[in-house]
Design a binder for this molecule. Structure first.
Ligand code: 5AD
Ligand code: SF4
Length: 437
């Protein structure tokens, strides 16, 4: 009988992709996935270390499995992801019931680690090995899949923003060879995928030398656009300094590249940007936005923001608000600064929690208004929707527009994976409603 694997994924989309690949790799060990930890033979937490809260969640979650482990001594408990990388053996000291700790660059060694762990034996691997883990991970099985998929093309970060743990947990920037990415994309499309989101911590820093010379992200996107049956391409997350001319141009010329871009700026104050080691200014960011909009006037922009970075004054914060006003975001993610051990900013004196709270509220109110305005502006327009699943009402289908808005429409004969034109008739809290054209 197959053993059961319960994976819980925290954090970013790259973790979602990694969890899929880990489940496949463990499939070779006779595991199949289960939706509940209660009947699992192995529990794997794929963790996030980006902010303190995210990391602490892991320990409280592990605490909840104590009872299960007591009932079922054969149960294997593993911690993967960025907390595993950052804390390593410390996790087993804090939570002795953990059998296995594996960092993001060692997932291809997971089957071997799993075999070693358990019955009192511990397995730990937080190396940054030379070999490409994706080469050694079991191939995605041939089963059909949903219409959208993530595909990691680049990992790691060399930017060293002074607040961020990613360069330490995910290591240096590494890009996968273009041909591998193209082959994997073809394979996904053969199995029903119509939209692929290319992933990387710094995805637009993608760079690989290989067959046919140098590959940039823009060139990769153009090559992927040649795949019949692949209808949509997205990519995330990007750094402003890697928004190259050819990538900006691709937004205007490549039809399969969707008019949506997540381009974090973090702050609108040049002083804070400098202290964050972002290596760009508010002005240079705004110029990029201008050029993107010249290439693709309807592009919907998304951003990340941090409030209360050490040394941030009210005047600095006002500049962040001004930048947000100037850009007009359709989507956004905003956070209170959270000191991360080992990062340069963690050495600096913090802004008070009250100020952080108050600024976050003001920023989020503005961003919420912008998001709602962008959504409301869709009413009366025609969008194309990739249907992903039936809606809550009989005959309804739900999916995403090219701008990544959730859209539902009465479409009783439309199947999963179909792309249909929809005229938007209503804008609700978190989604749009429309009718088939
Ligand atoms: N504190 C708060 N937010 C952070 N982010 C990264 N590190 C921190 C931190 N220490 C945010 C940034 C980044 C997003 C993924 O998470 O905005 O773009
Ligand atoms: Fe972190 Fe900056 Fe790298 Fe993004 S670019 S992963 S925020 S260090």
């Amino acid at each position: 009988m197959a053993k059961k694997l319960y994976i819980k994924t925290y954090g970013c989309q790259m973790n979602v992709y990694d969890s899929e690949r880990m489940a496949e790799a463990l499939g070779g060990q006779g595991y199949e996935e289960t939706a509940s930890p209660d009947d699992a033979d192995m529990i794997l937490l794929n963790t996030c270390h980006i902010r303190e809260k995210a990391a602490e969640k892991v320990y409280s979650e592990l605490g909840r499995f104590k009872g299960l482990k007591a009932e079922k001594p054969d149960l294997k408990i593993g911690v993967a992801g960025c907390v595993a990388q950052a804390e390593g053996a410390e996790i087993m000291r804090r939570q002795p019931m953990v059998d296995l700790v594996v960092g993001p660059q060692s997932y291809h060694r997971l089957p071997e680690l799993e075999a070693r762990a358990g019955g009192g034996a511990k397995a730990l691997d937080t190396d940054f090995p030379e070999e490409d883990k994706f080469d050694h991970l079991a191939k995605r099985p041939k089963a059909n899949r949903g219409p959208t998929a993530f595909l990691t093309v680049q990992e790691g970060c060399d930017k060293f923003c002074s607040f961020c743990v990613v360069p330490y947990t995910r290591g240096a920037e590494v890009s996968r060879p273009a041909q591998r990415v193209i082959d994997e994309a073809r394979d996904l499309v053969e199995r029903g995928v119509r939209e692929i989101t290319l992933l990387g911590q710094n995805v637009n820093a993608y760079h690989s030398a290989g067959a046919g010379g140098d590959w940039s992200l823009a060139r990769l996107i153009r090559a992927l656009a040649e795949i019949d049956g692949l209808a949509r391409i997205r990519f995330t997350t990007s750094h402003p300094n890697d928004m190259s001319d050819d990538l900006i141009e691709a937004h205007g010329t490549c039809e399969k590249l969707m008019p949506y871009l997540h381009l974090p700026v973090q702050s609108g104050s040049d002083g804070i940007l400098k202290a964050m080691n972002r290596k760009h200014t508010a002005e240079s960011y705004l110029r990029i936005i201008e050029r993107l909009r010249a290439a693709r006037p309807d592009i919907l922009l998304s951003g990340d923001f941090i409030v209360g970075f050490p040394g941030e004054t009210e005047a600095d914060f006002a500049q962040t608000m001004a930048l947000v006003e100037a850009v007009g975001y359709g989507q956004s993610y905003s956070f209170k600064y959270s000191a991360r051990p080992g990062t340069p900013a963690a050495e600096r004196e913090e802004v008070s929690e009250e100020e952080k709270d108050e600024r976050l509220q003001r920023l989020q109110a503005l961003l919420r208004d912008q998001q709602r305005a962008a959504q409301d502006a869709m009413v009366g327009r025609e969008v194309s929707v990739l249907f992903e699943k039936p809606g809550r009402i009989a005959g309804q289908m739900g999916g995403k527009s090219e701008y990544l808005h959730a859209v539902h429409a009465h479409a009783p004969r439309a199947g999963r994976g179909e792309i249909r034109k929809v005229r938007i008739t209503e804008s609700a809290a978190n989604s749009l409603g429309g009718v088939l054209v």
